[in-house]
Design a protein around this ligand. Sequence first.
Ligand SMILES: Nc1ncnc2c1ncn2[C@@H]1O[C@H](COP(=O)(O)OP(=O)(O)OP(=O)(O)O)[C@@H](O)[C@H]1O
Ligand SMILES: Nc1nc2c(ncn2[C@@H]2O[C@H](COP(=O)(O)O)[C@@H](O)[C@H]2O)c(=O)[nH]1
Length: 195
Amino acid sequence: MSAEQVSGRGRLIVFSAPSGTGKSTVAKLVMERLGSLEFSVSATTRQMRPGERDGVDYHFLSREEFEKKIAENGFIEHEFFFGNFYGTLLDKTREAIDAGRNLLFDLDVKGALNLKKIFGERALLVFLKPPSMDELARRLQSRQSESAEALKTRLERAEMELSHANQFDFVVVNDDLERTVDLVASEIARFLPQS
Ligand SMILES: Nc1ncnc2c1ncn2[C@@H]1O[C@H](COP(=O)(O)OP(=O)(O)OP(=O)(O)O)[C@@H](O)[C@H]1O
Ligand SMILES: Nc1nc2c(ncn2[C@@H]2O[C@H](COP(=O)(O)O)[C@@H](O)[C@H]2O)c(=O)[nH]1
């Protein structure tokens, strides 16, 4: 996959953070604030959580469907972690970027760094850090979305994700939510071309 395959004017904003730091929460508020960003809906094989909607939060695929799409080169990037596949759909991304729309992605660190390799200056990588590992565990627990085993796996992966923070364009500790949204929204507004 190369940038030439997706050659439009649209920009890419990519959020990464250890699971439970608050990416989805911050992303939603930043999109409301700026108005000009569209959420990039990834595909995944994981189970839908209560309240999630197919095609809105994710495109929920079976393992067979996901593997077929990999074989057809249907993803810009995909990863396997937490026992499931996650991936960025090529067609939908190309359609949006070619039309000049700006996309906001919520990806793990490897996916984010892969998009940076492909899109270079057209992508802004934003890393959110949790205030502490204890607070991260509290946030994950409060969401009540994971079994005890899954929660442990997510916390274990957090160290690896944090070790890549220095490769991101903008890093902020997501402590006070309003402050985080202010800082991230300002950085994105500076990055996007003025229309
Ligand atoms: N600044 C904050 N202060 C306190 N709680 C927060 C803050 N930001 C998010 N949260 C809470 O932390 C929990 C996890 O947030 P969220 O689901 O947005 O994380 P995430 O990084 O998107 O996780 P995942 O990668 O697993 O999807 C939620 O209950 C959310 O309300
Ligand atoms: N590399 C990719 N990572 C992705 C993609 N979509 C989501 N994610 C990341 O997965 C974890 C877990 O998400 P959850 O919804 O199960 O809590 C999270 O860190 C996301 O950022 C993707 O397309 N590619």
